[in-house]
Each structure stands twice: as C-alpha cells, then as structure tokens.
Design a protein around this ligand. Structure first.
Ligand SMILES: NC(=O)c1ccc[n+]([C@@H]2O[C@H](COP(=O)([O-])OP(=O)(O)OC[C@H]3O[C@@H](n4cnc5c(N)ncnc54)[C@H](O)[C@@H]3O)[C@@H](O)[C@H]2O)c1
Length: 248
C-alpha cells in the first residue's frame, strides 16, 4: 500500500528540478501525477520518463501566471485521472539583482510566477477539492529566503514570504472543507537553479549549514510527500524548513 494510492496530484514546474523529483516521489507512493510547466516539451519528456518508471503521469503546458491555463491544468487532472487530491505549487524563477539595479519588470515577474501562480493553483485546486468533497492537501514551495531575506533577491524573498501568508490564510479558509494547506521552505538544494551560482557564493552558503552539505531534491520531495499524505492529517497552516538546520 502506497501512502497516496488512488490519489491524483498536480505539480506545477514539474518538468525538472525539485518539481520533477516531487512528481517521482508522489508517483512512487501511488499517486497519479499531472505535470504542469511553461516548458511544454520538457514537461512531456518528464512525464514519459515517469511513465517508464511505472508512474501514471501526464503533462500539460501551463504558465502559472495565467489563470485560464491553471484552470485547464486542474481540469486536465480531472479528465485524465479524476479529481485533484494533492496540489503542489512549485513553479519558480529567479531574476536576481540588488535593489538599486533591479528593474520593476524583474520584481513583478518573480512575484507573479511564485505568488500569483500559487494563488491561482490554490484557488482552482481548492475549488475542485471542494466539489469532490473528499478534502485534499495543497503544498506551497516557499524558500528559506522568505524567512531571512536574501541579498540580491528582494523580489524572490518578498514572493517567498508572501507564500507563507497565502498558505496560512488559505489554510484557515479551506479547513472546513478538510483541505489542508502547508508550505515547505527549502534551503540550499542541488538543482539547475543553484548550480548556476558562483562557487564563492555556494561555499559561503555551505559554511552556514549545520549538517554541512547541500540538500538533494529528494529530501524536499519526501517532506512534500509527508504533507500530502494522511500522515500529516492534523497538520495545516504549517511552514516546514528543509535546510539542514540553516537559520534555525
Ligand atoms: N533549488 C533550491 O535550492 C531551492 C531552494 C528553495 C526553494 N526553491 C524553490 O523550489 C522550486 C523549484 O525550484 P528548482 O530549483 O527545481 O528550479 P528549476 O529552475 O530547476 O525548475 C523550475 C521549473 O519551473 C518552471 N517554470 C518557470 N516559470 C514557470 C511558469 N510561469 N509556469 C509554469 N512553470 C514555470 C520551469 O520551466 C522549471 O521546469 C521553486 O519554487 C524554487 O523557488 C528552490
């Protein structure tokens, strides 16, 4: 028996990195998975790879900033596998610059993808979960940047802190429908996003981590699995740090 047998999960930004790993771990626990990503080709290839590993998987091009595309993603889950039971708002981008150099367009783009995108995902998944009447679990991928603020990331830190407010407010609104909403704050995780970082910046971050190493995408995905599953049946509005103890 898998922890998510018979459930359907939608993961935004699921074509690569942490989102792809989450899809694999939830799929490995028995869920059917729907990958939504702005990179249509990569999402299709990712779904094929999951299917080769025995996971029921499908994909759809979805820009999370576009309300209609998010609605279509949730509907694609219903049409392909059945009603969504787990929604993971994971899609993300970075546009780093100091406050003096950052263009307003880069502030807006980052807030739009992370925060508006997760709001869209929460709204449409919650509507489908309510209609189905079996509850559900929504997991928002925030970041430790939303707790401490990162130099050169006023846009990203603001968006990731905003996700905490979104998580708690929607957890309060959706509790009576037995829909739980939680957030995960990963620290330094080894993905394409972080491997692009200059070595000196990587080493400086590493020095701050009590466990003495970067995390792997699977270590974030395992926490998402916990929050998605009935193991976390009494957990809502929580923010779980997955940082190796950094900034505890
Ligand atoms: N890597 C880390 O160390 C780390 C740490 C904390 C939080 N996070 C968060 O985890 C999430 C995943 O990060 P990652 O490192 O795997 O990044 P990544 O760049 O490897 O993957 C991000 C995915 O999101 C997709 N995407 C981008 N814009 C989109 C949009 N508008 N609509 C739909 N999909 C879109 C991309 O195509 C890509 O597939 C992000 O929210 C990120 O902020 C990452």
């Amino acid at each position: 028996m898998g922890l998510l047998d018979g459930r359907n999960a939608v993961i935004t930004g699921g074509a690569q990195g942490i989102g792809f790993e989450i899809a694999g771990v939830l799929g490995g626990a028995g869920a059917s998975v729907v990958l939504g990503d702005i990179n249509e080709q990569a999402a299709a290839e990712a779904a094929d790879q999951l299917a080769k590993n025995g996971v029921a998987a499908t994909s759809l091009r979805c820009d999370v900033t576009d309300e209609d595309e998010v609605a279509a993603l949730v509907a694609h889950c219903t049409d392909t596998f059945g009603p969504v039971g787990v929604m993971v708002n994971n899609a993300g981008i970075t546009r780093d610059a100091t406050l003096r150099k950052m263009a307003l367009a880069d502030f807006r783009a980052v807030v739009d993808v992370h925060l508006t995108g997760a709001w869209n995902g929460t709204r449409y998944a919650a509507e489908a979960m309510r209609a189905h009447g079996q509850g559900g679990s929504i997991v928002n991928i925030s970041s430790i940047a939303g707790k401490v603020g990162n130099f050169g990331q006023t846009n990203y830190s603001a968006a990731k802190a905003g996700l905490v407010g979104l998580t708690k407010a929607s957890a309060k609104e959706l509790a009576k429908a037995s829909v739980r909403v939680n957030a995960v704050q990963p620290g330094l995780i080894r993905t394409a996003m972080t491997e692009a970082m200059p070595k000196a910046a990587w080493d400086a971050k590493l020095a701050e981590i009590p466990l003495g190493r970067a995390g792997e995408p699977a270590e974030v995905a395992q926490v998402v699995l916990f929050l998605a599953s009935d193991l976390a049946s009494y957990v809502t509005g929580a923010v779980v740090e997955v940082t190796g103890g950094r900034y505890m």
